[in-house]
Design a protein around this ligand. Structure first.
Ligand code: MN3
Length: 208
């Protein structure tokens, strides 16, 4: 049984960038629904499938019984993506990017601002609902719906941005650019840096 993760901060902690109204709705309604529907789908699954950790479950969904495959993609992906999303947020000005991650981003994109501009551009280019990701190799990618890079056989992302309208409509109406610009203020750079150090090392070890 999957359960809704407890947030490591209060619902109002990200204001004024993300309101407590959005956080409460997004966490207790949207994310809870993904958890509930994932659990419901897995009730019909063979025991071996139910025993899989979430990241394995999502890695190769074509192995899953067809009757639950789409539900696992939608709701398992939704649970995974949102769990990561919450971890990648923190109250403004409370976290710091590691010097190694900063140097690597500057090397790849020319400057931190250029990286943020490239990420923002991809976030704006997502048609309809989806996600924008920073990968351990510092490439930027997007996925539609609740798809996650794991489903394409790729690594776990180090940073994810939810660009579904439910993530920002209450605060920003349809102005996704304003939402993304505000979101940069509440990115948890401690977590993103930790994930970069852990996952970039894992990816390098696999390539070797
Ligand atoms: Mn969402």
């Amino acid at each position: 049984m999957y359960t809704l993760p407890i947030l490591p901060y209060e619902y109002h902690a990200l204001e004024p960038y993300i309101s407590s109204d959005i956080m409460i709705l997004h966490h207790t309604k949207h994310h809870q629904t993904y958890v509930d529907k994932l659990n419901a789908a897995l009730q019909e699954a063979p025991k071996a499938v139910r025993a899989m950790p979430l990241n394995e479950l999502l890695q190769d969904t074509v192995r899953l019984p067809e009757s639950i495959r789409q539900a696992v993609r939608n709701h398992g992906g939704g649970h995974y993506n949102h769990s990561l999303f919450w971890q990648c947020l923190a109250p403004a000005d409370t976290t710091q990017m590691s010097s190694e991650l900063f140097a690597a981003l500057v090397q790849k994109y020319g400057s931190l601002d250029a990286f943020k501009a490239a990420f923002t551009e991809q976030a704006l280019a997502v048609f309809g609902s989806g996600w924008t990701w920073l990968m351990p190799n510092l490439s930027i990618m997007t996925t539609p719906n609740q798809d996650t890079p794991l489903m394409q056989g790729l690594a776990e992302p180090i940073l994810g941005l939810d660009v579904w309208e439910h993530a920002y409509y209450l605060d920003y109406k349809s102005a996704r650019l304003e939402y993304v610009a505000a979101w940069w203020s509440v990115v948890n750079w401690d977590t993103v840096s930790d994930r970069y150090h852990l996952l970039a090392a894992e990816v390098a070890a696999e390539v070797r």
